[in-house]
Design a protein around this ligand. Structure first.
Ligand code: AHM
Ligand code: MG
Length: 332
């Protein structure tokens, strides 16, 4: 039987958001509007991604982002598009982005929400027609409405997210998000320009047989992580690694698997960013029955102190994460 709030597969994203909103008496509609703004920006990025090869939008711009990585042109475009959509919407007072060092003030000081985002993740895959994604995380601000937002609005901790999601530009484009209840996925239908509910109340399998990491870094991993990888191979698990976090996460969410980005010599804190990569995926993961850890603690429990802080990330089917933890912390 359908849950009373459940919507049938095929419902448009807009209708779904509206119906969810009316189901929760306290909802004022601002978060709904914000989610629609994100979805709209996703449509625009999707269009740019699809025609990137045609109009020569790809290729490095010669500039580097705040993490010192060379920036692809589409990253810049996605960043601009998202900022514009979130600013025009009016609900968001500030944004942080992987592409920018500082807080971005939208000027909407009446807005109740702040958004942390990676506008286009998987930058090494942009030029080569491989899946890439957008990740977003939404908080209700803690500074007074009407004042200028500050870094405190973003350093609330993973449990305080009010919504989180991603858009995967893959063989089809799909938006997956949660407002803290169920996780739902909406596949974009080009012919009508709408996202349609395709996966209602997503739950990950309890265990799986896929492991995903950059095995080129294997010798740099802690010996216990290496031992876990050996275990995966002894179990004849399948190795799958795209190098786009959103795509790797999405596949493992649906099929059952574990994604690992351990500390390396180059990135002793891990490579991935806490606020706009690890937190939002961990928030989704936990609502879909997965686990997410940095090897010591649950990702959502990590104390945030810096907008661009990095973290190791192990995320996936609960039994697989448990098995990894058994290797990392034997005897506990
Ligand atoms: P980016 O934010 O510069 O795109 O980097 C993040 C990406 C993730 O999507 C992916 O999981 C990881 O970096 C891949 O890193 P590596 O190439 O070291 O395996
Ligand atoms: Mg990224």
């Amino acid at each position: 039987t359908l849950h009373p709030l459940a919507q049938p597969v095929g419902t448009t994203l807009d209708r779904y958001i509206m119906q969810r909103q009316s189901a929760f008496a306290y909802a004022t509609g601002e978060l709904s509007q914000l989610l629609r703004d994100v979805a709209l920006a996703g449509k625009i990025i999707n269009r740019e991604v699809n025609r990137a090869g045609l109009i020569d939008l790809t290729g490095g711009m010669g500039s580097e982002n705040v993490q010192g990585e060379s920036q692809q042109k589409l990253d810049v475009i996605a960043n601009i598009r998202f900022k514009r959509a979130l600013t025009n919407g009016g609900e968001v007072c500030a944004i942080i982005s992987e592409e920018e060092e500082d807080i971005i003030l939208t000027g909407n000081n009446q807005g109740k929400y702040v958004v942390a985002m990676d506008p286009l993740d998987g930058s090494s895959n942009i030029d080569v027609n491989v899946s890439i994604g957008t990740i977003f995380s939404i908080y209700r601000r803690v500074t007074p409405i009407g004042s200028q937002p500050t870094i405190d609005d973003f350093l609330q901790g993973g449990h305080e997210q009010v919504a989180a999601g991603y858009i995967l530009y893959g063989s089809s484009t799909i938006m997956v998000y949660t407002t803290g209840h169920s996780v739902n996925a909406f596949t974009y239908d080009y012919s009508i320009g709408e996202y349609l509910l395709s996966h209602a109340d997503l739950r990950t399998p309890a265990t799986g047989t896929i492991y995903s990491c950059n095995e080129g870094n294997r010798n740099q991993y802690d010996i216990r992580v290496q031992e876990y990888l050996t275990h995966c191979q002894q179990q004849h698990y399948t190795a799958r690694y795209i190098g786009s976090l959103v795509a790797d996460f999405h596949r493992n969410l649906l099929k059952g698997g574990i994604y690992l980005y351990p500390p390396t010599t180059k990135n002793p804190q891990g490579k991935l960013r806490l606020l706009y990569e690890a937190y939002p995926l961990a928030f989704i993961a936990e609502r879909a029955g997965c686990r997410a850890t940095d090897g010591q603690q649950s990702v959502l429990d990590i104390e945030p102190h810096d907008l661009h802080q990095r973290t190791p990330l192990y995320i996936g089917a609960p039994a697989m994460v448990q098995s990894l933890m058994d290797h990392l912390q034997p005897g506990l």
